[in-house]
Design a protein. Sequence first.
Length: 97
Amino acid sequence: MEKERTHYNRSFKEHVVKLSYERKHVSQLARELGIRSNLIYPWRKEFEEYGNGSFPDNGIQKLTQEEKELVVLKEKMRKLELENEILKKAVHIFSRD
């Protein structure tokens, strides 16, 4: 008989991570909260790496701030390239006359 997997929400994970930095013993904190201590360490690592972008919902990609900026800049570049192509075609059409 398999035990059903427990899912913890974002606020709980953030609370646990913050408490883990305040406490001396992570295992004691885990016992108090009724979770396994080996869950806390990956949560801490993720929080250190992604900060407020940590623990997203299912299907949402975790991105660092730099990666988010890169996505935005790539989208702007794509739009500008499209506009440039449209302008080139317009100049070509109007220069025929």
